[in-house]
Each structure stands twice: as C-alpha cells, then as structure tokens.
Write a protein that binds this ligand. Structure first.
Ligand SMILES: [Zn+2]
Ligand SMILES: [Zn+2]
Length: 172
C-alpha cells in the first residue's frame, strides 16, 4: 500500500490504460496526468487543466474520460456531502478524507484499519458488508486559524474559492 509520490510519466499512464484495456488517447492521458498532479479536483478543474494542453478537447469529452477511468478503477471518485464530485488517482487503498466545512479543502488520511470495511457496526442485521464510508469533517488549519483571528466572510461565501488546484498541496 505504497502511496507513490513520484511523478508518473506519459508512458506509465499509457501503460495503465492498456493494462485496464482502455485505448490510449491524448485526452485520457491528459486527464490521468491532471488527476495525479491535482488530487481531489472537480470536473471543471480537470477540464481547464486538460484544455491548457489540449485546446480542442470538449467538456463532454473530459466528462466521458473521467467516467471511463473511474469505471476502470484508474481514478477514484469521491463526493463529500454538499460537494461536487472530486477525482483522485490514489485508488485501491481504502484511504479516507478530511474535509473542511468552511472552504471545502480535502486531504487524504490513511485508513486506521487498513482494509474495508474498516468499521464494524454492533449489529449487522444480516448484511454482508464490504465498505464503511468514512469522512472526517472539521476545519482545515487555515480556516481554524482565521476563525480565531480576523474573519474573512468572502471565504465562507465562496466555498469553491480554494480551488483544489491550489489547495491540494501539503500545508505547513
Ligand atoms: Zn478550510
Ligand atoms: Zn484522497
């Protein structure tokens, strides 16, 4: 369960597509590149990033690529309550998310148990369980700091203002 921090190359993305029996296309490679570089990006953010390198690509094409990659488990789609769908390349490790109630920033957090379902209810009532969806809600370091100092009402009015593009990096 190694979460690789190395930057994957075009060739590696192409190989992942082939391994998943998907045809290698420039939009697919570009979307994978974007989702790797900017985890927890929404469709619009992915679209804009892909468009920067492939100006002719349509919004619908990016939408279709995201769906194909998600279906092939090359990309994971998460959707915290009240959020649009977000995409990430860290797949298959049952990790969870910390979500900021104020700005919507999303961070990865390892699953304490390791494998799904990582929580077991006291009474399964006959269900065969395979997953417990865990989302940790609170305030990110930035928002908890500003909450105790000068309030910034703009931040609360525009939850999308911290684009995942700029907000996904590790904060100190
Ligand atoms: Zn925040
Ligand atoms: Zn994640």
């Amino acid at each position: 369960m190694v979460h690789s921090v190395t930057v994957a190359t075009h060739a590696e993305f192409a190989q992942q597509l082939r391994d998943a029996r998907l045809r290698v296309t420039r939009p697919r490679v570009a979307v994978m590149e974007t989702v790797h570089a900017h985890p927890h990006s929404d469709t619009e953010t992915v679209f804009r990033a892909v468009r920067a390198s492939l100006p002719s690509v349509s919004r619908q094409a990016v939408y279709d690529v995201l769906r194909a990659l998600t279906d092939a488990d090359l990309v994971r789609r998460i959707q915290p309550a009240g959020s649009v769908a977000l995409y990430e390349a860290r797949v298959g490790d049952n990790h969870h998310h910390l979500v900021c109630r104020s700005c919507g920033a999303v961070e990865d957090v390892d699953c304490a148990a390791g494998e799904a379902p990582c929580l077991t209810p006291p009474d399964r009532t006959g269900f065969l369980l395979d997953e417990a969806e865990v989302v940790f809600w609170g305030l990110c370091p930035e928002c908890s700091r500003s909450e105790t100092s000068v309030p910034d009402p703009k931040r609360h009015d525009h939850p999308g203002e911290h684009s995942p593009l700029t907000d996904s990096g590790r904060k100190n």
